[in-house]
Design a protein around this ligand. Structure first.
Ligand code: NAD
Ligand code: TYD
Length: 355
């Protein structure tokens, strides 16, 4: 038995592969294009491990995807590959439409062709798990109930619109063709191996470099934050026992404003990595121009996955953020390799000429 993972060299995908192989001997075929966000260094601990087969390629390349199905006969697909950063989707939406929509379409078609040719019992057992986001549900007001699985889709950014489109394709491939799909919609993840364009690793990095901490708008936008290991555990549960055709919301029961997140990181870094040469962390906070169309609040009602599958997050925000800050302090070499030309260009494009 084998599972096919897409995007397994990115942040959540790499955490998933590492966790999977730490608790199971079932091999993983890892299909990843290695865009700016994909990094084989995330999987360095698997070098020489025959349970991990890396296949560099594009989920939009039907012939290549077909060849992986034919060669490895996976019993399931776990689909992480995507363009994932909202700010990049504002600067350049085309890659998001291509990878998130066309790529998911190509993968669904390849999976459908493969699944149709399986023997009856293998067809029953096959699963296509699509990893999606809470951002498809749009933005909540301060007093609105959290997103549930029946909240209507109202995506607001090119990123969330492209993920919403991919969710609809997955649903339709089940409804029309009977493909045994599962969809998960998760809140903001944090933890080791996250590319430092996203808020938490960016802030850790900037504090350590004595650089400004850019807060969009008033800093009071709210996100629900979940430790990445808890997300990976939830996906394993849904894959093993989720009801075919269902969607599951995954969240941390942990709403925080961006300012609360930044304060927590500053305090932890002052404790874990004090350095009198550096400016005081909190003094680095700098308010910058707001993100266009910035969603105000996301919150997840994760009762369905708890009631049906017994999953709950095991980390609190306090334990998860402490682990995360410690991880970045212990992996400064990993961070150093990422701070390459491409990352520098992104930071210049995104944060220069800001108020
Ligand atoms: P990421 O940007 O860190 O990684 C994406 C990975 O996909 C990279 O390894 C990249 O090389 C690969 N990839 C991109 N385009 C590809 C293509 N055309 N073909 C093959 N591989 C390609 O993303 P992430 O944060 O790990 O997110 C993974 C998934 O989880 C995404 O689908 C995202 O929408 C979803 N998600 C993320 C979060 C979050 O907070 N990061 C929350 C909920 C859901
Ligand atoms: P991000 O990590 O990009 O995730 P998402 O947009 O998918 O929620 O951003 C999290 C929050 O932090 C979001 O409200 C935007 C805000 N943010 C900043 O204030 N400054 C920054 O430099 C970044 C990257 C994000």
């Amino acid at each position: 038995m084998t599972i096919l993972i897409t995007g397994g060299a990115g942040f959540i995908g790499a955490n998933f592969v590492l966790d999977w192989l730490a608790s199971s001997d079932e091999p993983v075929v890892n299909l990843d294009l290695l865009t700016y966000a994909g990094n084989l260094e995330n999987l360095a601990s698997l070098a020489g491990d025959p349970r991990h087969v890396f296949a560099q390629g594009d989920i939009c390349d039907r012939a290549f995807v077909d060849s992986l199905f034919a060669r490895h006969h996976p019993r399931a697909v776990v689909h992480f590959a995507a363009e994932s950063h909202v700010d990049r989707s504002i600067h350049g939406p085309a890659d998001f439409v291509r990878t998130n929509i066309e790529g998911t379409f190509t993968l669904l078609e390849a999976a459908r062709a493969y699944w149709s040719g399986l023997a009856a019992s293998a067809r029953l057992d096959f699963r296509f798990l699509h990893v999606s986001t809470d951002e498809v549900y749009g933005s909540l007001g301060a007093d609105d109930a959290p997103f549930s699985e029946t909240t209507p889709y109202t995506p607001n950014s090119p990123y969330s619109a492209s993920k919403a489109a991919s969710d609809h394709l997955v649903r339709a491939w089940h409804h029309t063709y009977g493909l045994p799909v599962l969809t998960t919609n998760c809140s903001n993840n944090y933890g080791g191996y996250q590319f430092p364009e996203k808020l938490i690793p960016l802030v850790i990095n900037n504090v350590l470099g004595g650089k400004p901490l850019p807060i969009y708008g008033d800093g009071k936008n709210v996100r629900d934050w979940l430790y990445v290991g808890d997300h990976c555990a939830a996906i394993r549960e849904v894959l093993a026992r989720g009801r075919v055709g269902e969607t599951y919301n995954i969240g941390g029961w942990n709403e925080k404003t961006n300012l609360e997140i930044v304060h927590a990181i500053c305090n932890l870094l002052d404790e874990l990595a004090p350095n009198p040469q550096r400016p005081r962390s909190l003094d680095l906070i700098t308010y910058v121009k707001d993100r266009p169309g910035h969603d105000r609040r996301y919150a997840i009602d994760a009762r369905k996955i708890e009631h049906e599958l017994g999953w709950r997050p095991s980390e609190t925000f306090e334990t998860g953020i402490r682990k995360t800050v410690a991880w970045y302090l212990a992996h400064q070499e990993w961070v150093g390799h990422i701070l390459s030309g491409e990352y520098k260009q992104w930071i210049e494009k995104q944060y220069e000429n800001q108020d």
